[in-house]
Design a protein around this ligand. Structure first.
Ligand code: PDD
Length: 278
């Protein structure tokens, strides 16, 4: 693979980052994951807006413009012949001798690489995913897409150990979101329910795109928290993320959601999203 690191396009084994990089030592960094379908970037402006916001919120600065970043992403797609997969971008505050405080003139690290991944024709669309309920053990600024992902790494490991595909994190009795996805339920009267944006969750780019499409169709959206109990009694559940688009959830903590099969609202939303992506 050809990757991008600090101004250069390099073979992956020639791209090196300092042992003093603050992303490595402190988790002092931000990331983005953008889907690629048919060689095209999906929801790219939404990811660039969120990247700029995350970087601003940690008091950092992007070394190049988001237009330049998009141009780099397009070149990586081309150089690597990527038709379907994701682009991972990581920004860190840079490298210097270890100190909690950082120098104001520090040059940031910017790394981008592609990953091949099937996004469209995946078994999960027909079969659905299984979700495990876990406590949300993250910090209070989940709206920042930080590389500090240890709570999510541990949550996903617990989910996997129980034969599940994703963890839904719960705080004060309500689902916040998935370990790497936005959480939804569909009520018996056809309402799409998902938590409102704020500091408790990451504002999903796929969430924004899907809700816009749903609104255009006149579907009813309720932006509010829901409990695991409400989810288990719902007609449908699903999740969205750049690396899955939208996929159905058919089991929560071992109990079937609705009839345990992907539902009609999910199918409608997936079709809407995929048609729009094309
Ligand atoms: N995760 N919530 C969390 C905690 C996430 O990590 C993600 C994305 C989302 C969905 O956001 P979006 O629709 O913009 O991808 C919600 C990425 C894909 C990851 O960590 O790999």
């Amino acid at each position: 693979r050809i990757v991008y690191l600090n101004g250069a396009f390099l073979p992956e084994n020639e791209a090196h980052i300092s042992i003093f990089d603050r992303g490595f030592l402190f988790g002092d960094g931000i990331y983005e994951v953008t889907a690629v379908l048919d060689g095209k970037l999906i929801d790219s402006p939404l990811h660039m807006t969120r990247l700029e916001r995350s970087v601003r919120e940690i008091g950092g600065h992007l070394p190049i413009s988001t237009d330049e970043i998009v141009a780099i992403e397009k070149r990586l797609v081309e150089e690597n012949n990527l038709t379907e997969g994701v682009i991972y971008l990581q920004y860190t505050r840079g490298a210097e001798d270890r100190n909690f405080l950082y120098s104001e003139n520090l040059e940031p690290t910017l790394l981008l690489f592609t990953q091949e991944k099937t996004l469209e024709h995946v078994a999960a669309v027909e079969k659905g995913l299984k979700v495990k309920i876990v406590p949300d053990q993250r910090w209070e600024r989940r709206d920042i897409k930080t590389v500090c992902l240890l709570p999510q790494v541990l949550a996903k490991r617990i989910a996997k150990a129980e034969g599940c595909d994703e963890a839904w994190m719960v705080e004060d009795g309500f689902v916040t979101e998935g370990a790497s996805s936005t959480a939804y339920i569909i009520t018996h009267d056809d309402k799409i329910v998902t938590r409102g944006n704020g500091t408790a969750i990451l504002p999903g780019c796929t969430r924004l795109a899907v809700l816009d499409l749903a609104r255009e169709q006149g579907l009813t959206i309720e932006e509010r928290p829901f409990t695991p109990e409400e989810a288990m009694a719902a007609r449908e559940a699903c999740l969205t993320s750049a690396s899955n688009f939208i996929v159905p959830i058919t089991f929560i903590d071992g109990k079937p959601v609705g009839d345990g099969k992907p539902g009609a609202m999910f199918t409608r939303l997936r079709t809407l999203y995929m048609d729009n992506a094309r």
